[in-house]
Design a protein. Structure first.
Length: 324
């Protein structure tokens, strides 16, 4: 649907107020010239809804999710939203973020990432990805810039991991989280191949208030004040690496990129005012883990989590049918 480009639109955005944010979002999306291709299309928003238990900072900012939904609805698109959270469901996280009622009012459908379709990954291996993510016309990936104990930094590329169905995410950590010379069996080498297996996608990166020092859940807020957009997740991440003065070669997600066809392009960033002056970046002191800690899930913990999820789903079904 969208032509893949290495161009990245970035603009300053000082906060999430209802006037400043929609204007900033409109600037970056209009720079990419998207609106003429969206009428009557099925658009799926894929924010980071990892967990709302520790507060909203671990997730994509709710105001940005709503602004993105409104923008695509105004272009004539039919909009849905989905993710595969670490805890609970997308609907439960959205409810805890006080977004569920407003999204429903806008006509945005909640698309649970329950049904999966096995797809072959470039370079070998397979991933069971959410049917909703595979069958939409446009997948809109909306991560927050965050420090991460495993990935060091998590931005556009890493957020596609949430397209795996349910417990498949925990399974990947358990099966591929260790050190191995085989690229096909290394966690990040598999992860970076997910975007190429999905349909046409757009990335909107929430760098307005980032999470630094630690993450992806228990970090501290950092006012980065940047909003970015690109049809190329790798290019978007590279542009933000430049802003943060980070060497991409030191990032775990970067290791598998040379063999990914969609990643073989350099980033051409369109710095919209006032970012184009360069003075905006001089005082950035963003902290993130100095090294990556590979996490390989304990199989007994995985089994315990699976049983808990089964009982939780059963309880929800009983509540819905009025038998509890």
């Amino acid at each position: 649907m969208l032509k893949k480009s290495s161009s990245v639109a970035l603009t300053a955005c000082s906060g999430y107020d209802k006037q400043t944010l929609p204007q900033a979002l409109d600037r970056v999306l209009n720079t990419l010239e998207l609106s003429t291709t969206l009428c009557s299309s099925e658009v799926l928003l894929k924010p980071n809804l990892i967990s709302a238990k520790t507060g909203p900072l671990s997730c994509t900012e709710g105001v940005l999710i709503l602004a993105a939904a409104r923008w695509f609805i105004e272009q004539g698109a039919r909009v849905g939203i989905g993710d595969s959270p670490a805890f609970g469901t997308a609907a439960s996280v959205l409810k805890n973020l006080n977004l569920l009622d407003e999204l429903t009012h806008l006509g945005v459908r909640i698309r649970p990432f329950k049904q999966g379709i096995p797809v072959e990954l470039s370079g070998g291996g397979q991933a069971v990805l959410a049917r909703a993510a595979l069958e939409c016309d446009l997948l809109v990936n909306i991560p927050r810039v965050k420090a991460h104990v495993q990935a060091r930094l998590t931005m556009a590329v890493k957020n596609y991991f949430g397209c795996l169905v349910g417990l498949r995410k925990a399974w990947w950590h358990m099966a591929y989280g260790g050190n191995t010379p085989c690229k096909e069996k290394r966690f990040f080498d598999r992860l970076v191949r997910i975007p190429a297996a999905l349909p046409s996608s757009l990335n909107i990166i929430d760098g307005i208030v980032a999470m630094h020092r630690s993450g992806p859940i228990n970090g501290a807020p950092y006012p980065l004040c940047v909003l970015a957009a690109s049809t190329n997740a790798v290019a978007a991440d590279r542009a933000l690496h430049a802003i943060l003065r980070v060497n991409p070669a030191g990032q775990p997600c970067d290791g598998g990129l040379p063999t990914c066809p969609y990643a073989r392009s350099s980033s051409l960033a369109a710095f919209l005012p006032p970012l184009c002056t360069g003075r905006f970046f001089r005082s950035i002191i963003f902290r993130f883990p100095a090294s990556s800690i590979l996490v390989r899930f304990n199989p007994f913990r995985f089994l315990k989590s699976s049983i808990r999820r089964v009982f939780a789903n059963n309880d929800r079904l009983l509540e819905q049918t009025g038998r509890k």
